[in-house]
Ligand binder design. Structure first.
Ligand SMILES: Cc1cc2nc3c(=O)[nH]c(=O)nc-3n(C[C@H](O)[C@H](O)[C@H](O)COP(=O)(O)O)c2cc1C
Ligand SMILES: O=C(O)C(=O)c1ccccc1
Length: 406
């Protein structure tokens, strides 16, 4: 019996929300890939909190407002977008579907929203660009390497491939502990590679060390041999990889170096406090991306939506844009984040579920679903423009009880 992967099987009815996409994806992926995509760090307290915190926020709808023509369009870093949604960078998207990063990029291009390509993608910056015909708004997520030459080279290739911003992830000096990956001894499946390290130049830089950065499996072997990996590192290939290659000595001051090698706007991803938002501001970044890495790094941190207002307040009066990811699953979640001052939101796993469901087409379906849900949420709550959702459209759990200001 042949059943196209593109169609939901009998027991997989047509997805009507993102949870449905998740359930279908869970069934189709191998245990190891599912574990890698879905996991949070440690006890997954923050993973649950990312969702629960959204559910605790209440909406205060206003009625008899003309919502016939609501405005979903806005701009991100000066580029017009069809709605305030970005696809977060997630590593190794070809594990979900052969369309991989290209599928995500094309779905985003068609929807008119930005995609963010991970440093650890299974499709190179150059190929993603070429496969999109050089069109569509693409950002490049940057992990920095102990060898600055590698980082330099990555930045230059992203620039040449037409990426419009560098999203510097600051929450990963080393990888968080994810139980499933340790149990499953997770590694990149055979046949796939970390394609950004296959360029001739990257290879020659690395050749001296006798290590190929495009192959996580080899990194594990070498890290173990050099005694750089502790017991858990030696079980999860990614953990060994980051320990060996990522620059854990990076500081806020390093952003000066990054700015000296590129004119691309810099977005700092992973900020969770007002203190760090201010340090980012002092470095002249274009945007701050509130994120706890999908709760995959430090368990026990707040839900991102619960720290958003703190970051927004710290940057008030500046032109620095604030984005948020972590647990965005509904149009009402987007609306809640906009009310708290985000310029845009992003999500990671839902794009992977769409990709697993039906490649590029599945990602398009997921994006369209979010657009429809956002539009509905706005109409039902009397919010007419994504750029000016009022704070009092929501009640945070910590808000004082309503007192008439009338
Ligand atoms: C499977 C997976 C891989 C990820 N890989 C990266 C990455 O390579 N770089 C990065 O900055 N963030 C990475 N993230 C974090 C996402 O960019 C994003 O912050 C997170 O997924 C948002 O939470 P959500 O999945 O609940 O939407 C990854 C997340 C997941 C789930
Ligand atoms: O899995 C992740 O969340 C991630 O960002 C990552 C980091 C290093 C290697 C591969 C993925």
């Amino acid at each position: 019996m042949s059943m196209s992967r593109s169609k939901a099987s009998a027991e997989e009815s047509v997805p009507v929300n993102l949870d449905d996409f998740e359930r279908i994806a869970d069934k189709r992926l191998t245990k190891a890939v599912h574990g890698y995509y879905s996991s949070g760090a440690n006890d997954e307290v923050s993973l649950r909190e990312n969702r629960v915190a959204f559910e605790r926020i209440r909406l205060r709808p206003r009625f008899l407002i003309d919502v016939d023509n609501i405005q979903l369009q806005t701009s991100i870093l000066g580029y017009n977008v069809s709605m305030p949604l970005i696809v977060s960078p997630t590593a190794m998207q070809k594990m979900a579907h052969p369309d991989g990063e290209t599928g995500v990029a094309i779905a985003c291009k068609e929807m008119g929203i930005p995609m963010t390509l991970s440093t650890l993608a299974t499709t190179s910056v150059t190929d993603v660009s070429a496969n999109c015909g050089g069109e569509g708004l693409r950002f490049f997520q940057l992990y920095t390497f102990r060898d600055r030459g590698i980082t330099y080279d990555l930045v230059k290739r992203a620039e040449a491939a037409g990426f419009k911003a560098l999203v510097l992830t600051v929450d990963t000096p080393t990888l968080g502990r994810r139980n499933a990956d340790i149990r499953n001894q997770f590694s990149l499946p055979t046949g796939l590679s970390l394609a950004n390290f296959e360029a001739p130049k990257a290879k020659s830089t690395l050749g001296s060390e006798g290590t190929n950065l495009s192959d996580a499996r080899e990194a594990v072997r070498i890290a173990a041999k050099q005694g750089m990996a502790d017991h858990s590192d030696s079980r999860s290939a990614l953990s060994a990889y980051t320990t060996k290659f990522f620059d854990a000595s990076l500081t806020w001051d390093s952003i000066k170096w990054l700015k000296s090698i590129t004119n691309l706007p810099i977005v700092v991803k992973g900020v969770m406090t007002a203190e760090d938002a201010i340090l980012a501001k002092e470095q002249g970044v274009a945007a701050v991306w509130v994120s706890n890495h999908g709760a995959r790094q430090l368990d026990g941190v707040d839900a991102t939506i619960d720290v958003l207002e703190e970051v927004v307040d710290a940057l008030r009066g500046t032109s620095i844009e604030v984005y948020l990811d972590g647990g965005i699953r509904r149009g009402t979640d987007i609306l809640k984040a906009l009310a708290l001052g985000a310029r845009a939101v992003a999500f990671g796993r839902p794009a992977l579920w769409g990709l697993t469901y039906n490649g590029k087409e599945g990602v398009s379906q997921v994006l369209q679903m979010m657009k429809d849900e956002l539009s509905l949420a706005m109409k039902l709550s009397g919010a007419t423009n994504v750029s000016s959702v009022p704070r009092d459209l929501i009640r945070m759990p910590y808000d004082a009880p309503y007192k008439s200001k009338l």
